[in-house]
Design a protein around this ligand. Structure first.
Ligand code: ATP
Length: 143
């Protein structure tokens, strides 16, 4: 189809999400929102070039008029006019997320932060909590 993949204003935007393990996603999108270091950033075709850190959170993207979600745990985002490349530490599409696993990870991190047993790495527990919350949100689950 000639019109397939055309973004707003007739220009397309490509979203590619890569982790050290795999290519998670490579697709044309209409728009997206990503969790940048300074908060959520909306991207449309033609966005000014930018490199920013990714925070643990949810990437929202519109694809064929439908909103989809992806969890990322951190990494880097590179925006050029027609392409957004996410080099993520980990990333999962909403349908790939094991909700029970994320719930267990969240509870484990919360327990560590509450009980603070000797030797517990607080920063690590906080990071684990953020990853688990991002996964639950991306899966459309309550947090
Ligand atoms: P856990 O404690 O459950 O292992 P974690 O946050 O420590 O969670 P990570 O180190 O961020 O896990 O990820 C390790 C690998 O497991 C990555 O490939 C990541 O995509 C995958 N992963 C982690 N949690 C989930 C989940 N809930 N559903 C699907 N894949 C997951």
């Amino acid at each position: 189809m000639a019109e397939e993949g055309k973004g707003i204003g007739g220009r397309s935007l490509e979203l590619e999400v890569v982790t050290p393990e795999r290519v998670v996603l490579s697709t044309e999108v209409e728009s997206l929102m990503l969790p940048g270091a300074l908060g959520y950033l909306g991207v449309l075709p033609g966005h000014a070039p930018l490199v920013t850190q990714l925070s643990p959170g949810v990437v929202f993207y519109r694809y064929h008029g439908e909103e989809k979600r992806l969890a990322v745990s951190g990494g880097l985002a590179e925006i050029t006019g027609q392409k957004v490349l996410l080099l993520a530490d980990t990333a999962e599409k909403s349908e790939e997320i094991d909700v029970e696993r994320a719930r267990r990870a969240k509870e484990r991190a919360e327990r560590r932060l509450k009980e603070r047993p000797p030797g517990v790495d607080i920063a690590r527990a906080e990071a684990a909590l953020k990853r688990a919350v991002a996964r639950l949100k991306a899966a459309g689950q309550p947090t």
